[in-house]
Design a protein around this ligand. Structure first.
Ligand SMILES: [Zn+2]
Length: 457
């Protein structure tokens, strides 16, 4: 049930059955010779034997099915040129070795050539959507999905272990880059319809649901691109700027979209605008969350003019700690007292009180003086974003735990491995594919890649 019906002509069905029976016999032979009479194989041993041998059997069955289903295309003597329509006679049979998730198959299909258009073509390739690569799109899709989570070497091993297929780390890497190059923001961010559905899902109470837009930067290890024989250049840390958009549902967060790229703030702003344009802003209450970095506020407020600006509480508290550290140093009791009373005042929206307190503070040292000066600027600059008491009353979030964990998930887990330095372009491809998977748009992204790599004729 639920499976599409791929009908086959009755006479071909009969042939197909016969062929499959022959293949089963071959498989059975292979299974029978594998063990001595005296040997008593365990479940694991038997299962490994099946994993190893089933590829050949299934790949052959797969091939026979195509041969019967598309017998007319395989026996075709004339085909119309896809460009000019002129009938062309078959030139030769051309063999294509292919690997699918089922195993190895081989297709001997007719090849045509139009002299007028200087065009060679094979109609079966177009119908079957055969990839130029030996490993077909079904394998490519799974391989890229896997390498978004583990290194290419590890992915190659896992793939072999679970499927019995040999997929090199090089193939995984190369295909990953090919798909990454076709992965664009427009497809990675969910569509307006998808976002509207999620808003619907979050609209349970009498108030419009709260949509949180949280932005942040994460530093990633990068290195310049080097040629084959060149020495690797010096690595440096670059900032991946990103945002996460989510809805506050009844009991849980409903993820809407994540986007991270190593890029400048101008490009970040353009990207955020694409996402903002897909959100029906009048049907949600919008909260903008971030730390003190001015680039993110500039773009969040211009993309979401009605958004309520909230300075991320956890970042805010870090700044309180910095002052306390510099001013009270080793005096743990005084330090803690000051931290607690300051946080308390921040929670009760007495930010002006905190600011005037800081400006009157008698610095204990030059280090303290400098720290107080810096934090005074920070709190003065962000004073309009500190109103945690009313935020809580209105049900708004005060901390961007959401983006912090998205950053960890999207950027850190795959990208901050010891010894892993990313070329910016590859790093960005990795971020895009990880975002697509996280956003639930990977199918669409892969489809785009596939369509860009189909046989042209
Ligand atoms: Zn032609």
């Amino acid at each position: 049930m639920g499976l599409p019906a791929y009908n086959i002509e009755p006479e071909h069905e009969e042939l197909f059955r016969q062929m499959i029976h022959e293949e089963v016999d071959k498989w059975v032979d292979e299974l029978l010779v594998a063990f001595d009479k005296d040997k008593q194989p365990t479940i694991m041993e038997l299962s490994d034997l099946f994993t190893e041998t089933r590829q050949k059997f299934l790949g052959a069955g797969f091939q026979k099915l195509i041969e019967q289903k598309y017998s007319d295309l395989l026996e075709q003597e004339y085909a119309s040129c896809p460009k000019c329509g002129k009938p062309c006679k078959i030139r030769r049979y051309s063999s294509k070795q292919l690997e699918t998730m089922q195993g190895p198959s081989s297709l001997n299909r007719p090849w045509f050539y139009c002299i007028d258009c200087s065009l060679g073509f094979s109609p079966l390739d177009k119908v079957l959507e055969i990839s130029r690569k030996r490993h077909q799109f079904d394998v490519q899709k799974k391989a890229v999905n896997l390498s978004a989570d583990v290194t290419f070497d590890r992915g190659s091993n896992i793939f072999k272990d679970l499927t019995g297929q040999n997929i090199s780390a090089h193939f995984m890497h190369e295909t990953f880059e090919n798909v990454g190059a076709e992965a664009h923001l427009e497809d990675i961010i969910p569509s307006r319809e998808q976002i509207e559905q999620k808003i619907q899902q979050a609209s349970t109470g009498k108030w419009r649901p709260i949509l949180v837009v949280a932005s942040d930067g994460a530093h990633l290890p990068t290195r310049p691109k080097a040629g084959r024989n060149e020495k690797r250049g010096e690595g440096r840390w670059q900032e991946a700027k990103g945002f996460r958009i989510y809805l506050l549902g009844d009991e849980r967060i409903i993820h809407v979209a994540s986007w991270h790229q190593i890029q400048n703030e101008e490009q970040f702003g353009k990207d955020l605008l694409v996402a903002a344009a897909r959100i029906p802003q009048q049907s949600v209450r919008i909260a903008l969350l971030g730390d003190g970095a001015s680039w993110l506020w500039k773009h969040m407020t211009s993309c979401f003019p009605k958004g309520r600006e909230v300075l991320d509480y956890y970042h805010c508290v870090e700044h309180v700690y910095k002052v306390a550290e510099a001013q009270y140093g080793k005096d743990a009791t005084k330090r803690l007292e000051w931290i607690e009373s300051t946080i308390c005042r921040l929670m009760f929206a007495e930010v002006d009180n905190v600011i005037s307190g800081l400006s009157r503070m008698k610095h204990a040292s030059n280090v303290a003086k400098e720290e107080i000066r810096k934090q005074l600027i920070y709190f003065t600059h962000n004073r309009d974003r500190i109103h945690y008491k009313s935020d809580r009353k209105g049900g708004y979030p005060i901390g961007s735990g959401g983006i912090e964990s998205a950053n960890k998930f999207i950027c850190h887990t795959r990208m901050k491995r010891s010894g892993a330095w990313w070329v910016k372009e590859t790093g960005n491809e990795m971020l895009r594919i990880r975002c697509a998977i996280y956003n639930g748009t990977y199918d669409k992204v892969f489809e785009k890649y596939k369509n860009a790599n189909l046989p042209e004729t």
